[in-house]
Ligand binder design. Structure first.
Ligand code: GTP
Ligand code: MG
Length: 179
């Protein structure tokens, strides 16, 4: 078989934004189809602490730290900055009320010393685009001040983790950055 290069990424964003659902999509897409299972896959529940996941994508073998976005667990995020090659930030584009909280958390992450020393790329998913009235990527850029990120490569892609839209496009971009 082909030898895949190992890369490590961190997936961040507020609780309920769709991080675990996105990772479940990539795990499903990368595993060899097994015999049809009589039971449906386990439901996705809010992550406690974090969950370590792995999947293959093209020539890369991804190790993913799927962090909980709940307030009481966000303190954990910083312990994983040192060993990460890239960031995935998931936004609930339908949750306009919490964009100010997202903005605060994002800028606190980006200004952390470990990430200041490490100009790793970041891809944003403007997730839940299937919900009526969800913010467009342009509106997310404005709400979060993303234009001010000038010290590292970043991109934003509209996605829906429930129907898979946009997910490959975002990961494709990140994979290209990690080559
Ligand atoms: P924490 O682990 O608590 O940080 O949350 P999370 O970011 O991992 O969110 P999770 O993947 O658990 O999804 C939260 C809820 O949003 C679930 O009910 C998902 O089914 C739903 N969800 C995720 N992505 C989408 C999406 O693109 N569209 C819609 N409509 N719902 C979504
Ligand atoms: Mg989760």
């Amino acid at each position: 078989g082909i030898v895949r290069r190992r890369v490590s990424i961190l997936i961040l964003g507020l609780d309920n934004s769709g991080k675990t659902t996105i990772i479940a999509h990539f795990i499903r897409a990368s595993s060899v189809p097994a015999a049809p299972s009589p039971t449906s896959p386990p439901p996705i529940v809010p992550t406690v602490g974090f969950s370590l996941e792995k999947f293959d994508y093209e020539n890369l073998n991804f190790t993913v730290f799927d962090m909980s976005g709940q307030g009481r667990y966000r303190e954990l995020w910083k312990h994983y900055y040192d060993d990460t090659d890239g960031l995935v930030w998931v936004l609930d584009a339908g949750d306009k009320e919490r964009m100010a909280v997202v903005r605060e958390e994002l800028w606190s992450v980006l200004s952390h010393k470990a990430l200041q020393q490490k100009k790793i790329p970041i891809v944003f998913f403007a997730n839940k685009m299937d919900l009526e009235g969800s913010l467009t990527p342009q509106e997310c850029i404005a709400a979060l001040g993303l234009e001010e990120i000038r010290d590292r490569n970043w991109n934003i892609v509209a996605s829906s983790a429930v129907n898979g839209e946009g997910l490959n496009r975002g990961l494709e971009w990140l994979a290209g950055q990690l080559k």
